[in-house]
Design a protein around this ligand. Structure first.
Ligand code: FES
Ligand SMILES: [Fe+2]
Length: 343
């Protein structure tokens, strides 16, 4: 697992964080998250500095976190404010919990996975979320797979005929299309130029009467896989974003955000789209876990690529570079490329 710790990741939804500490793991780092002073979210390493009990097993008292073993009390900065059995309450840095930068934004709790750093970036902003006229629904799913495999799967048009037969695309109705792939420092984008009518009925339901649909797939650092759909009607827009929080090696928590302004009333679009998206997510989970189990069985990854496996080399590249690109890197792999494929 590539460990890009100097980034913001979704740890949980705002609703999941109530008045109890909860445990979450990001990039293999166990965290305790709770609401401290003024209900502001707080994240510590899930390990009491005293005898290493998980702090997530403790409880809250006046918005401070109490360790369940000897009752050390930590404030929202992680500073140990009280050791109940100690006669003289003096301060020592070593007694403090390790605190991580944390922000509540767009109904998600975001943690910056580098405790000793002032973040130079902001959490990801989902496009058009809460903009006038747009509607949104969210979901989440855990999958035994790597971030790379999950992102590739979500952005791969060529599995949809088989894994989501009829739902997204149909085999037997293929057409040669042109895909333009462009990589920037923080993201890679694939524009499916002349697919026009996507054959599955998900589009027929969601975009009645639309003559052409252009889909765009993006992978954005640190871990966002996103599909955007545009039609001949400029008012219609649909974004499906998956924020893929890498929990640990081969375990990924996907937070899905679908934001749309479409031909149907938004409430109806939601009723139709939600179960279909959920079904598609289950189908992807099935195939990704099958892939993981087999990789595990063979104890080896030896993938064979063709030129239409367009996203994976760029996903790997971006994760390796983490937004830092030297001039000498710029030719590897290609920054812009046009490929033909049959979808
Ligand atoms: S282990 Fe936490 S107070 Fe002792
Ligand atoms: Fe899929």
């Amino acid at each position: 697992m590539v460990k890009l710790t100097n980034n913001w990741y979704i740890a949980c939804t705002s609703n999941e964080l109530k008045n109890k500490p909860i445990a979450r793991t990001i990039l293999g780092i166990p965290l305790v998250i709770f609401r401290g002073n003024n209900n502001k979210p707080t994240a510590f390493l899930d390990r009491c500095p005293h005898r290493h009990i998980p702090l997530s097993q403790g409880w809250l008292k006046n918005h401070h976190l109490i360790c369940r073993y000897h009752g050390w009390r930590f404030d929202e900065r992680g500073i140990c404010q009280e050791i109940p059995a100690l006669c003289q309450q003096n301060r020592d840095k070593k007694r403090n919990a390790i605190a991580y930068p944390i922000i509540e934004q767009d109904n998600f709790i975001w943690v910056y996975c580098q405790p000793d750093e002032i973040p130079q970036s902001q959490p990801y902003k989902f496009p058009c979320l809460y903009e006038k006229g747009f509607s949104t629904f969210t979901w989440q799913m855990q999958c035994q797979t790597s971030l790379e495999n999950a992102a590739e799967n979500f952005l791969d048009a060529t599995h949809t005929h088989f894994i989501h037969t009829g739902l997204i695309r149909k085999d037997g109705q293929r057409k040669e299309i042109t895909v333009k792939v462009t990589r920037h420092i923080h993201m890679v984008e694939a524009v499916y130029l002349n697919e026009e009518n996507i054959s599955g009925w998900i589009y027929k339901l969601l975009a009645p009467g639309c003559q052409s649909v252009i889909s765009i797939g993006r992978f954005i650092l640190p871990s966002i896989a996103q599909l955007e759909y545009q039609t001949d009607n400029p008012n219609y827009k649909l974004f499906i974003s998956l924020f893929l929080t890498p929990v640990q090696e081969n375990l990924t928590q996907a937070y899905g955000v679908a934001t749309f302004r479409w031909g149907l009333p938004n409430w109806l679009g939601k009723i139709i789209a939600q179960p279909l998206f959920y079904l598609a997510a289950q189908q992807d989970k099935y195939i990704l876990e099958l892939q993981s189990a087999n990789i595990n069985r063979f104890q080896e990854v030896n993938f064979t690529d063709t030129e239409i496996d367009i996203m994976r080399p760029h996903i790997n590249y971006l994760l390796q570079k983490n937004g830092i690109e030297k001039n000498s890197d710029r030719h590897l792999p290609k920054l812009e490329k046009t490929v033909k494929m049959r979808v």
